[in-house]
Design a binder for this molecule. Structure first.
Ligand code: OGA
Ligand code: MN
Length: 322
């Protein structure tokens, strides 16, 4: 059974948000979905992500994702193994997010993207730590793994230790942003292809030094700027901080235009800002959204967030294999 309240009701389902952390799950509890803004994001209850999912539960999550692009599942005190099993319901794992970190240095199973500010011993990363530097890229609006020829589908982020003084994660609806463009702009961008690379996103923050083998690993990939979502049939803007060029355009003109589009697409009306509660499990569709994390005092506060990710079906544009 699935209960969906169609319209966004700013007062919430009953005017307050219940606390789920202490409650036992009732397997017969209906799945309920409550929109969080007019365009993007919904809160979904009635699923226990620690347990194997039924086909109906997987379908309810996919339906919710197709519609809202971001789902918040509160009260999911999940282990790493349970998070991996939950993630596999939604496609093959996208691995290697920490590939620049030596495996002996990893805190988590390599299938995870460790977006915490902790090292293997559980100490906060030092100010000049290389992993911390790379993670600062998450403060720029982006779509996960858009620098790969087969980019990410769902990202599933578990809030193990959360911050409320900063550290919100914001999501922008690239479908609503596309829909709001005027007809001339839609026609102009329809067949444009962009280059994405970690070299470009890191370059925006002033990283210029890459080892030769890093440069090879970060070779730009191409993606359509306008993509059609297989689940909803909706078109969206495929924007990301990893973009550094539009094929056939002078680079400064391309980047000025990409900035205009990103500014348009991240206006407050298209954005849901998530303030974390411990054990929230937040799922977003990288094919339909951009996201970023907001600044917090990561040198003094611990934030332990663990991401698993699934791969999308294939490249958005024909290109030579990497
Ligand atoms: C990510 C990411 C945001 C956050 O996990 O892909 O961008 O809030 N994280 O940590
Ligand atoms: Mn990300």
């Amino acid at each position: 059974m699935s209960v969906v309240s169609d319209a966004y009701d700013p007062s919430g389902p009953s005017g307050h948000l219940p606390s789920f952390a202490e409650e036992a799950y009732d397997p017969l509890m209906p799945i309920e979905t409550h929109p969080l803004t007019t365009h993007i994001g919904a809160r979904m209850t009635g699923i226990d992500a620690r347990q194997p999912l039924t086909a109906a539960e997987v379908a309810a999550i996919d339906d919710g994702m197709n519609r809202y692009a971001v789902l918040v599942l509160p009260g999911q005190a999940i282990s790493d193994q349970q998070q991996l099993a939950f993630t596999r319901n939604f496609g093959p794992l996208e691995e290697g997010a920490n590939s620049t970190v030596r495996s002996s240095e990893l805190r988590l199973d390599p299938a995870f993207a460790d977006v915490s500010n902790l090292d293997k011993e559980g100490h906060k990363l030092a100010r000049d730590n290389k992993r911390r530097m790379a993670a600062l890229g998450n403060r720029l609006w982006h779509s996960d793994a858009s620098f790969r020829a087969v980019p990410a589908k769902y990202s599933i982020l578990s809030g193990r230790i959360v911050t409320t003084d900063g550290g919100n994660t914001e999501f922008a609806d690239m479908r609503a942003a596309y829909d709001a463009l005027d007809a001339a702009t839609k026609a102009e961008i329809e067949d444009l292809v962009c280059e994405h690379s970690l070299i470009y996103s890191r370059g925006q923050l002033g990283f210029a030094e890459f080892l030769p083998d890093e440069r090879v690993a970060m070779k730009p990939v191409r993606h359509r700027l306008v993509r059609t979502h297989p689940g909803s049939g909706r078109k969206s803007l495929f924007l990301s901080a990893h973009i550094g060029a539009i094929l056939g355009w002078p680079q400064p003109e391309a980047m000025a235009f990409i900035r205009d589009l990103a500014e348009h697409a991240t206006q407050p009306e298209f954005v849901y800002s998530h303030r974390w509660t411990q054990h929230d499990l937040v799922i977003w569709d990288n094919r339909a959204t951009m996201h970023r994390v907001r600044r917090f005092d990561d040198l003094s506060i611990v934030r332990d967030m663990r991401r698993t990710t699934t791969r999308s079906d294939g490249p958005t544009v024909a290109q030579e294999a990497a």
